[in-house]
Design a protein around this ligand. Structure first.
Ligand code: FNR
Length: 184
């Protein structure tokens, strides 16, 4: 079964982006294997501690290596993507050893994001596209998912309940499965 790894660019417990990723995982249930990357213990990147890689870094590299595709769900912070995600990608961008490359090159990747504001993470995603292209990842540029005004799609308890955005998330999930299958 195809293996997708979800990376959420927010560490917040009630993150809208986490909830968006959980909704996508629900649509994909039974069709592909979905894992969520736990990277909260990855330290700040520092070349002084790069080799040997800290255990938390080795663990995330293993997860990325094993995945057929990566789906990033990220908020936008100050028109950029959050520093925790940049830190993770910096670690993942580095070679595993003197003879091995990094785990990101050639990997298919999809981008989605949701925000209470108007931008819908559009600018953060554009910055991600620049970075992920440089890292030689295979970006699914169409469709990307950009969801503004998150507060209009909440239930009574304040949890994300997609209405207008639901068909777009489903369509992106179906497209990404095809995109990743085409890469295998
Ligand atoms: C934000 N937020 C935000 N929203 C946006 O649409 N564009 C932006 O540039 C920013 N900038 C920004 C900076 C910082 C430091 C914070 C903490 C927040 C609001 C942000 O979208 C909101 O807090 C989301 O709920 C964060 O995503 P999660 O954690 O819900 O997934």
């Amino acid at each position: 079964m195809l293996k997708l790894l979800f990376i959420v660019g927010s560490l917040r417990k009630d993150s809208f982006n986490l909830q968006l990723a959980q909704a996508a995982a629900k649509y994909l249930d039974g069709k592909v294997e979905v894992k969520f990357l736990d990277y909260k213990d990855v330290p700040f990147f520092n070349q002084d501690i790069e080799f040997p890689a800290p255990p938390a870094v080795m663990a995330v590299r293993k997860e990325v290596f094993a995945a057929d595709g990566i789906w990033i769900f990220s908020p936008e912070y100050n028109h950029y993507f959050p520093g925790v995600l940049k830190n993770l990608l910096d670690w993942l961008s580095r070679p595993i050893s003197a003879t091995e490359g990094n785990v990101l090159g050639g990997k298919p990747v999809a981008l989605s994001g949701i925000t209470p504001g108007m931008s819908g993470t559009c600018m953060a995603q554009d910055h991600l596209v620049t970075l992920l292209s440089f890292l030689n990842m295979k970006i699914m540029n169409v469709p990307r998912l950009i969801i503004p005004n998150a507060l209009t799609q909440l239930d009574e308890a304040g949890k994300l309940r997609l209405t207008t955005s639901e068909p777009f998330l489903k369509a992106q999930a179906a497209s990404f499965v095809k995109f990743v299958e085409g890469n295998n």
